[in-house]
Design a protein around this ligand. Structure first.
Ligand code: FMN
Length: 389
């Protein structure tokens, strides 16, 4: 078994290979839920195009035999300058999706962010990766905020992330076309789709029901959350009245590092800093929220100018070692990657995610050598040139 797995993994040479490998294995609706963006998917495309706005400027004859990609974030050391972004619904894509990603991340010593939109209790993830990060879809209610902060701390998470770019759910026509929705409504299209993917039906859905019964989104509130088929699930992530007062309240209550995810405007970064936030993840949610939102890499230099001590991180569309290195050169301290790790979990569970981490780590290491850089601290703005000038 282990041998056939490794043969299977040997065919995967870069992060995009995982998507090609699982595309037909997953029910179309599940694949579409992960892969697509909102509306015309302009932001989704822009995210992938943004690294091409920059080219790299290598130095030579540096002597790069000893190299390290280690970084420090909030007083903790990590082996790589990238981590796994929070992704809701992961356990519908891969069996125990969040857990296998957390285990592989813990093993590789990289950051992992658990989404609130998960059917695996955060306490189980905190046990497999003490010090993992938690991303809340926080309801703007003082009692819920008190309760969540307490629960997240008790479960062993080190960083509280507040996802800030989901005041309402976005328009995702791909989901409507494929029959996918929250709550899940098994109409004829979805039923046929699932029935014609028996490997997923048995290996993911069947095993999940056997282990957990009817799945509930258990990390939304201090005491759990609704089941996937209930009507209340429709608005789980969207909180229209969430505002900076709630950020200040979380800051008051959460004693550890506090991060806002989903900022694109330097003006918001300034407010975040004034609220006492420790870090931000510049993100357009992987092109899944406001379509036509700018690609995060494009605003990164301006964000870096305003960061002044804030830990600056980024996600959305990063797939190559050189993409990660360009973001570091433009001011990010860590880059988060989403979809490829979820496809990797769907392809080969924990071994798949470990392979994905290794592929990206190897690319970064080789690219560092080719750039004449021995450690992350040597990466700076002098390493990139604008491509279109
Ligand atoms: C299937 C899926 C579910 C997601 N769920 C969440 C979530 O629950 N919370 C959140 O903050 N971001 C969520 N995101 C956004 C990711 O955290 C991240 O911003 C994005 O995927 C990065 O882009 P990439 O997939 O191109 O790397 C989700 C993304 C995907 C693909």
């Amino acid at each position: 078994m282990a041998q056939s797995k490794s043969r299977k993994l040997k065919r995967i040479l870069d992060l995009d290979d995982f998507e090609r490998a699982v595309r037909r294995r997953l029910p179309h609706a599940i694949y579409a839920y992960v892969a697509h963006g909102s509306e015309s998917e302009a932001s989704l495309r822009a995210n992938r195009e943004a690294p091409d706005d920059w080219r790299l400027l290598p130095r030579v004859l540096v002597g790069v035999k000893q190299r390290s990609e280690r970084i420090e974030l909030f007083g903790r050391s990590y082996a790589q300058p990238f981590g796994i972004a929070p992704m809701g619904g992961s356990a519908l894509v891969a069996y125990n999706g969040h857990e296998v990603m957390a285990k592989a991340a813990a093993e590789a010593h990289i950051p992992f962010i658990l989404s609130a939109n998960s059917i695996i209790p955060m306490e189980e993830i905190g046990a497999v990766y003490p010090g993992a990060w938690f991303a809340a879809y926080q309801s703007p209610n003082a009692q819920a905020i008190h309760g969540m902060v307490e629960r997240v701390g008790k479960a062993g998470f080190s960083v509280f992330v507040l996802t800030s770019d989901v005041p309402v759910g976005s328009n995702r026509e791909a989901d409507a076309r494929s029959g996918f929705s929250f709550p899940i409504r098994p109409g004829p299209k979805l039923t046929f789709d699932v029935a014609t993917h028996p490997r997923w039906l048995v290996g993911v859905l069947g095993r999940t029901f056997l282990r957990r019964g009817v799945p509930h989104i258990v990390n939304l509130e201090p005491d759990g959350g609704p089941n996937l088929f209930s009507r209340t699930v429709a608005h789980i992530a969207s909180h229209e009245s969430l505002n900076w007062d709630h950020v200040r309240l979380i800051r008051k209550l959460w004693p550890g590092p506090f991060v806002l995810k989903g900022l694109l405007s330097p003006a918001d970064l300034v407010i975040a800093r004034d609220c006492g936030v420790d870090g931000v993840i510049v993100s357009n949610h992987g092109g899944r929220q406001l379509d036509q939102a700018v690609a995060p890499l494009r605003v990164l230099p301006e964000m870096a100018e305003q960061a002044k001590g804030l830990t600056l991180m980024i996600d959305s569309g990063f797939r190559r070692g050189t993409d990660v290195l360009k973001a570091l050169a433009l001011g990010a301290q860590c880059v988060f990657v989403g979809r490829p790790f979820l496809y990797a979990a769907a392809y080969a569970g924990e071994a798949g995610v470990a392979h994905a981490i290794e592929l990206l780590a190897k690319e970064i290491d080789k690219d560092m050598a080719l750039l004449g850089r021995r450690e992350i601290a040597e990466i700076g703005r002098d390493m990139v040139k604008e491509a279109r000038r």
